[in-house]
Ligand binder design. Structure first.
Ligand SMILES: NC(=O)c1ccc[n+]([C@@H]2O[C@H](COP(=O)([O-])OP(=O)(O)OC[C@H]3O[C@@H](n4cnc5c(N)ncnc54)[C@H](OP(=O)(O)O)[C@@H]3O)[C@@H](O)[C@H]2O)c1
Length: 257
């Protein structure tokens, strides 16, 4: 069968963390496929650059500065989107931070920020998207950019907190998928779980020297995924017909093992 993004053309998507890496490439892809995409991140200049780069493409990109760990910012983005563009059909919960501040000797502020961005921000954005989808009877699609660390304890030093947040993403996705089924709603939830992806997150971890062992693992020459591979997975999931739900509840992508 032929997969198609046609039914999403002209529909509104929100992508969190659209200023770099997976979020940036995914937002650009959705614009290329004709969607109206609102991108949120703290670095407005990077979002503006994406808006410029995508001007003239099939869809349109709207940059909005915001911090997903702040409820006020999330509410503002959804309010602006509803008023100016209409209800949200697709949400890509992508914004995330790495954390190499371990339980042994780490900093509470790092842990709080990691949970606030990776888990609470995702929940707040999901709540707002679900309001639109249920009120307007939209069979929408919500993506959570998870990680292999959301399924396995990789045992990498100082990664306990990040691993815990991504395990939260796994259980939240599956719980919400079940909630939708119980309420007979056709809103789909998809968790995409990459291994190592060549983005700023990894470049920072390599350079920062937060942990020599982490740097050694990341610098051992093993091929990495590219952000485009994750955008492909989002596009694939969106392109499947609405009845295809259970088969891709967890998409795990890895270039390694
Ligand atoms: N790279 C990997 O190996 C890998 C593997 C598995 C899963 N992931 C997941 O993939 C997602 C994207 O990461 P990436 O690899 O593409 O890293 P990245 O290039 O560092 O991108 C992270 C994005 O999140 C945004 N962000 C961070 N904190 C934010 C906040 N408080 N409010 C709003 N936006 C915020 C950043 O924007 P600003 O800084 O401009 O705010 C940026 O756009 C994350 O959820 C990450 O956990 C990555």
């Amino acid at each position: 069968m032929v997969l198609s993004m046609d039914r999403w053309a002209g529909k509104v998507a929100i992508v969190t963390g659209a200023s770099s890496g997976i979020g940036e490439v995914t937002a650009e892809r959705l614009v290329e496929r004709g969607m109206t995409v609102v991108g949120i991140a703290r670095r407005k200049d990077r979002l503006d650059a994406l808006a410029q780069r995508t001007s003239g493409k099939k869809g349109k990109f709207y940059p909005i500065q915001g911090d997903v760990s702040k409820e006020e910012d999330i509410l503002n983005v959804f309010k602006w989107t509803r008023e100016k563009l209409g209800p949200v059909h697709v949400l890509v919960n992508n914004a995330g931070v790495g954390c190499y501040s371990g339980v042994q000797g780490g900093k509470t502020e790092d842990w709080l920020n990691t949970f606030n961005v990776n888990v609470i921000g995702l929940c707040m954005a999901t709540r707002e998207a679900l309001k639109d989808m249920t009120e307007h009877k939209i069979d929408g699609h919500i993506f959570n950019i998870n990680s292999v660390a959301g399924h396995y304890v990789l045992g990498i030093p100082k990664m306990e907190i990040y691993t815990a947040t991504k395990h939260c993403v796994t259980t939240l996705t599956e719980s919400m998928r079940k909630q939708m089924a119980m309420q007979k709603l056709k809103i789909r939830f998809t968790s995409i779980s990459p291994g190592v992806v060549d983005t700023e997150m990894i470049a920072t971890a390599r350079e920062k020297g937060d942990s020599e062992q982490v740097a050694n693992i990341l610098n051992d020459g093993t091929p990495m995924l590219k952000a485009e591979d994750i955008a492909d997975a989002v596009e694939y999931a969106l392109s499947t017909p609405p009845h295809v739900q259970k088969y891709f509840e967890q998409l795990i992508l890895t270039s390694m093992y």
